[in-house]
Ligand binder design. Structure first.
Ligand code: NDP
Length: 448
């Protein structure tokens, strides 16, 4: 049995109920074989893959808080510090009822490779809670965030572990958490990213994941003799990543025609109105029905997969930007049948393994999230640099660094795929390129 198969068996045996974590490990290990074969004896002897697939540390804690009715509530808090071979732990905090150990281990594992691909010195981590900020008052969100940080602060720090936002954790939540950290430690340091601009945040961080996704998509299309100009783009999600992916699609000459939230989806043949989308989702925190009510060209469908969902809309490019496993084999078949030529993942692991294989077998350009959505964490690392320097860069400075980083990621992924005999397989290119840097650092630092 190959070394990667042995390690996958070990992960399955040790984490039997953690399906998302197993899926993420499987997707990576299946593509690493050519890189492992070049150095298998040493990797085996040093149990490199066993160590890489086992988190450095898993922190689980109780988060007790009091709601507006005076009732005490309890949620689970987590921080998975997965690997710090190339830099301090870095990765977002997800606040969503679906959060469990498996979700956060999958996200933390992915984060190791993504952070490596940015070329910046950041290790992999992820955290969060099953707390749902939806429908909670500001005071309730603050009470939760303060309680969450009253435990988490013991394990993080500007040179130790720097959490950021993710689903359910936006500027409001980061603000409350940062205030709590400062109060508990007395330190004014860049311990969280995604902060407000008045207290250490970076310009362009809000836009970075969506913008970066489009910069990379443009590189991928151009490397294959095409471009974004006039292209019809189908986007899922209506949150941070989707909104700025839609905005940058317009700016680069494409036409974004869909978006969705967890209750329904919109097809707008005239193209999504970004200002209205932001007003509905960022300001009013409302449902997409409100977008449809104010936009005559938009058609609203209740239910995320009703009448085929966003992936049934004919397009040139598809950008899944909502959540994991939102694009399955049936969706992939619809996209290919309707003429889609390229898919780039804005969300983390939104495409199932079967759907990914179907795209690759049918000649669709496919870029995985760990490369395509790395602009967010890369800009978070730029926020850390600005905090260390006690400086603030302009929007254009940050945006131009982001463009350079995304172009470098694509070149690295593309060249690595070629070097290992899999030209055009950007999944393999991303996994191998991300892996090699971390593996080299782990080897150099000894068996830990
Ligand atoms: P947000 O919470 O801002 O937005 C998520 C959006 O997806 C919301 O509109 C949500 O709907 C929708 N959604 C959630 N679940 C479903 C579902 N099952 N079907 C359809 N729509 C759904 O999160 P982000 O935009 O920050 O994150 C989106 C993805 O991108 C995640 O996978 C995240 O890990 C990843 N990512 C985010 C980065 C960032 O910088 N923010 C960086 C890199 C990756 P509703 O409005 O109803 O909640």
């Amino acid at each position: 049995m190959s070394y990667t198969s042995e390690v996958l068996e070990r992960v399955v045996a040790q984490n039997p109920d953690q399906t998302l974590f197993i899926q993420a490990v499987k997707e990576v290990l299946e593509t690493l074989s050519p890189a492992i074969e070049r150095n298998e004896k040493v990797y085996r002897q040093n149990a490199l893959l066993e160590r890489l697939t086992t988190p450095d540390r898993q922190i689980l804690f109780r988060v007790a808080w009091v709601d507006d009715q005076g009732i005490a509530r309890v949620n689970n808090g987590y921080r998975i510090q997965f690997n710090n071979a190339i830099g301090p732990y870095k990765g977002g905090l997800r606040l969503h009822p679906s959060v469990n150990l498996s979700t956060l281990k999958f996200l933390g594992f992915e984060q190791i490779f993504k952070n490596s691909l940015t070329g910046l010195p950041i290790g992999g981590a992820k955290g969060g809670s099953d707390f749902d900020p939806k429908g909670k008052s500001d005071r309730e969100v603050m009470a939760f965030c303060q309680s969450f940080m009253s435990e988490l602060y013991k394990y993080i720090g500007a040179d130790v572990d720097v959490p950021a936002g993710d689903i359910g954790t936006g500027a409001r939540e980061i603000g409350y958490m940062y205030g709590a950290y400062k109060k508990l430690t007395g330190l004014y340091e860049g311990v969280l990213t995604g902060k407000g601009l008045s207290y250490g945040g970076s310009l362009a961080r809000t836009e970075a994941t969506g913008y970066g996704l489009l910069y990379l998509t443009k590189c991928m299309l151009e490397a294959n003799g095409s471009g974004l100009d006039g292209k019809k783009v189908v986007v899922s999600g209506a949150g941070n990543v989707a909104t700025y992916a839609i905005q940058k699609t317009w700016q680069l000459g494409g036409i974004p025609v869909t978006c969705c939230d967890s209750t329904g989806w919109i097809y707008d043949p005239e193209g999504i109105d970004v200002a209205l989308l932001k007003e509905v989702k960022e300001v009013r925190r409302a449902r997409l029905t409100e977008y449809a009510a104010e936009r005559p060209s938009a058609v609203y469908h209740a239910g995320t997969h009703s009448e085929g969902g966003v992936w049934s809309v004919p397009c040139d490019v598809a950008l899944p930007c909502a959540t994991q496993n939102e694009l399955d084999l049936n969706d992939a078949k619809m996209l290919v049948a309707n003429g889609c030529k390229a898919v780039a993942e804005g969300a983390n692991m939104p495409t199932t393994i079967e759907a990914t294989k179907y795209f690759q077998e049918n000649g669709i350009l496919f870029c995985p999230g760990k490369a395509a959505n790395a602009g967010g964490v890369a800009t978070s690392a730029l926020e850390m640099t600005q905090n260390s320097e006690r400086l603030s860069w302009t929007f254009d400075e940050v945006d131009s660094k982001l463009q350079g980083i995304m172009a470098n990621i694509f070149t690295n992924v593309n060249e690595t795929a070629k070097e290992f005999g899999m030209a055009g397989n950007y999944v393999a290119g991303a996994n191998i390129a991300g892996f090699l840097k971390v593996a080299n650092a782990m080897e150099a630092q000894g068996i830990l």
